[in-house]
Design a binder for this molecule. Structure first.
Ligand code: SF4
Length: 207
């Protein structure tokens, strides 16, 4: 059967469903061979849904290390102990005016279940072995906040031979809080920095 190549539109049959709309051809496309041009028209993509989205609609996918790190940073349990005047500011941070609990931070009176050590105050060489022992009794993963000038570098006691010139001489420190003493807002800021660090290091080995 001969094909009428001059016909550019499909014939209209009464009662038949309307033909799907197609994108009009560019005016620069030659119209001498419309059937050839119709075969060469790009296929329109209709991306379907992945199988798991069909079987489990509404399920959120997230990496396990992201969920674990988010759980850890939202449930930090600092061990309750203080060494000197900085501890008063630490205690004030736990009180209702600053309310550390709203970050999921709960003070815990045992190293066995704690995961954060706040070194708040002067670390004397007599006290240093006890601080190190408490740190070693904490389970992994664990973090240390050095609160105040004394814990960070000896503070005003730089010429005292009996004062440890920085608690990082005996245990690793994650966040340093400057000040003598630091205000409770500074300790809050240290916890927020620690939470960010936990999220950044979520894929690190051993954490
Ligand atoms: S840093 Fe200042 S406030 Fe804190 S323990 Fe040392 S002397 Fe006291």
């Amino acid at each position: 059967m001969a094909v009428d190549t001059t016909q550019t539109e499909a014939p209209v049959v009464p009662g038949a469903p309307a033909a799907p709309e197609v994108a009009p051809l560019s005016p620069h496309v030659p119209t001498e061979h419309p059937l050839e041009i119709e075969r060469l028209r790009p296929v329109e993509l209709h991306p379907g849904k992945a199988l798991y989205r069909v079987v489990l609609p509404g399920v959120i996918q997230a990496p396990a290390d992201l969920l674990i790190a988010a759980s850890r940073k939202s449930s930090l349990w600092p061990m309750t102990f203080g060494l000197a005047c900085c501890a008063i500011e630490m205690i004030a941070t736990y009180m209702s005016h600053y309310d550390l609990d709203r970050f999921g931070i709960v003070p815990w009176p045992s190293p066995r279940q704690s995961d954060v050590m706040i070194v708040a105050g002067t670390v004397t060489k007599k006290m240093a072995p006890a601080v190190k022992l408490l740190y070693e009794q904490m389970p992994n993963p664990k973090w240390v906040i050095s609160m105040g000038a004394c814990a960070t570098n000896g503070g005003p006691y730089t010429r005292y031979d009996r004062v440890l010139q920085g608690v990082d001489k005996i245990i690793p420190v994650d966040v340093y809080v400057p000040g003598c003493p630091p205000r409770p807002e500074a300790l809050l800021d240290a916890f927020i920095a620690l939470q960010e660090k936990i999220m950044e290091e979520r894929a690190a080995t051993g954490r």
